[in-house]
Design a protein around this ligand. Structure first.
Ligand SMILES: NC(=O)c1ccc[n+]([C@@H]2O[C@H](COP(=O)([O-])OP(=O)(O)OC[C@H]3O[C@@H](n4cnc5c(N)ncnc54)[C@H](O)[C@@H]3O)[C@@H](O)[C@H]2O)c1
Length: 259
């Protein structure tokens, strides 16, 4: 199969598609012949990302924490591209704070975007994809949903939950014979705006930019940060027909972090 046709006929809705891993996945899907809808809170950035992808991409404003916002995004995808086959739940935040510093409000905000947002994305996806010609959902968990660190109580709780949410939705779709596969990836440190936030926080605390980057790199056996395209490649694989017998999986993309 030519690379051009790998995603021919697919229409992909990507939450968090304006930035980082979601934006890199959007590029990969379009290059493979898919139509893509980028859903994000960031309007200017999302519109620019969609414009750069050309006529096969559309931006819609999406707040993943709002069920009505998901319904509108799905409707926009179906109206523009006459179908929806694939949903990638990439919207997320990471605000480091240990259990003593984290507030209940902060915990709820992280859970709302990372977990409620993925729950609502799965719910909207199953409703839209069932009865179609086969579909796929890819969620973005994290290595920090398996191992944690002292500054990640909220983030790790949300990402551990995304892993098991993914399995439950996968089993339901299999039981119902919906022909919808549901998988997750677990990225290690991937150099996106999210990691730039950690770098800025490290610098504010007196570290150099290189100190922070090297600190992340040293935690990974491959001794570097991942690239957004490297996380996106795993999303593309799980969404593709090459992964036809894979459902309920969570695939590390982590330079050996979990090994
Ligand atoms: N970068 C990493 O090291 C890393 C590691 C593991 C997992 N992840 C996960 O990968 C996913 C993508 O992260 P990234 O690194 O590309 O970060 P990013 O900050 O570049 O992108 C995240 C996007 O989500 C959007 N977003 C936030 N809240 C939203 C909401 N309520 N509704 C819609 N969109 C919203 C942001 O506007 C942003 O465009 C996240 O789920 C993140 O937790 C990232």
């Amino acid at each position: 199969m030519s690379e051009r046709g790998r995603f021919a006929g697919k229409v992909v809705l990507i939450s968090g598609g304006a930035s980082g891993i979601g934006a890199a996945a959007a590029r990969g899907f379009v290059d493979g012949g898919a139509k893509v809808v980028l859903g994000d809170l960031q309007v200017a950035k999302g519109e620019a990302a969609a414009a750069a992808l050309g006529a096969n991409a559309l931006f819609v404003q999406l707040d993943v924490t709002q069920e009505a916002s998901w319904a509108a995004a799905v409707a926009a995808a179906q109206a523009r591209f006459a179908a929806l086959t694939t949903v990638v739940n990439s919207a997320g935040i990471s605000v480091p704070a240990n259990i003593e510093d984290e507030t209940l409000e902060g915990f709820h905000r992280t859970m709302s975007i990372n977990l409620d947002g993925t729950f609502l994305g799965c719910k909207a996806a199953v409703a839209a994809l069932k009865g179609g010609k086969g579909g796929a959902i890819v969620n973005i968990a994290s290595t920090l949903g398996v191992r944690s660190g002292s500054i990640f109580p909220s983030y790790s709780a949300s990402k551990g939950a995304v892993r098991l949410l993914t399995r439950s939705v996968a089993l339901h779709c299999a039981e119902q014979r919906y022909d919808i596969r549901v998988n997750a990836i677990m990225p290690g440190a991937i150099h996106t705006e999210m990691v730039e936030g950690y770098i800025a926080a490290g610098q504010a605390a007196g570290a150099t930019r290189d100190d922070v980057i090297n600190g992340f790199a040293q935690g990974h056996p491959l001794k570097r940060l991942g690239k957004p395209q490297e996380a996106a490649a795993a999303i593309l694989f799980l969404a593709s027909d090459e992964a036809a017998f894979i459902t309920g999986a969570d695939l590390p993309v982590d330079g050996g972090f979990l090994a």
